[in-house]
Ligand binder design. Structure first.
Ligand code: SF4
Length: 224
């Protein structure tokens, strides 16, 4: 496996940051909204999530305490634009009910040690690695690096990292290199998403890409 160290990752981060500026993620006003958004964004674009969040807000359901006792049909109807709405409505209601019935509030829920909190979230229905880590990093402010499809694609193209590498292995690569730094993880992930959306798409737009000078793929496209 190619060696990727802190200096290499920080060069990538700096070049993205220079282009995109500080991105101030997660796009959500409250921690409840961030948790809800982390579930809604499963298998869909953020545009659809925004529509679902606006409808939840309009129906007074953008709070975990409200979702936990809401009629499931009402939740389904509100989040329809996000797709998989039946499944996601169950997940939202289930997570909201779990937190509100087992904890005094979100501070209480987030008070456990990071890996314990991660295990607890992963034990809940419909919460996988990316959703759990988005909640831990963005809503709880604890240091875990979020890996998504953009991250995998960019790491493959820029550094030649195997795209099929296990989620936790790739996560370790970032976390071992960068150390526990929640604010850096927060903005680094946001920068990778911006790069993936605007340049490193399935069909890459390498001309003008801020990572071009660092990228294996851009240097040797014929070998990929
Ligand atoms: S140079 Fe091309 S392949 Fe490399 S990160 Fe940018 S868009 Fe992706």
């Amino acid at each position: 496996m190619p060696v990727v160290n802190k200096a290499m990752l920080m060069r990538l981060y700096s070049s993205l940051r220079k282009r995109f500026g500080y991105l101030d993620w997660w796009p959500g006003e409250t921690r409840d909204e961030m948790i809800i958004g982390a579930i809604l964004t499963q298998n869909t674009s953020w545009k659809n999530v925004e529509k679902a969040i606006a409808r939840l807000k309009g129906n007074g359901l953008l709070e975990l305490s409200k979702l936990s006792s809401a009629n499931i049909g009402m939740i389904e109807q509100s989040i329809m634009p996000s797709g998989f709405y039946r499944q996601k409505a169950c997940r939202l209601k289930g997570l909201a009910a779990y937190i509100t019935s087992n904890y005094k509030n979100l501070d209480d829920f987030f008070s456990s040690e990071t890996q314990e909190l991660r295990k607890e979230l992963l034990s809940l229905d419909g919460i996988g690695n990316e959703t759990a880590d988005s909640i831990i990093l963005y809503a709880a402010g604890k240091p875990v690096f979020v890996i998504d499809a953009y991250t995998k694609r960019i790491m493959k193209r820029v550094y030649g990292i195997d795209e099929n590498m296990e989620y936790e292995e790739l996560q370790k690569l970032f976390m071992n290199a960068l150390g526990d730094d929640a604010p850096l993880y927060n903005d680094f992930h946001a920068q990778l998403v911006e790069l993936g959306k605007n340049y490193c798409r399935k069909k890459p737009l390498c001309a003008g890409c801020p990572a071009r000078k660092l990228c294996n793929f851009a240097r040797h496209p014929q070998t990929h």
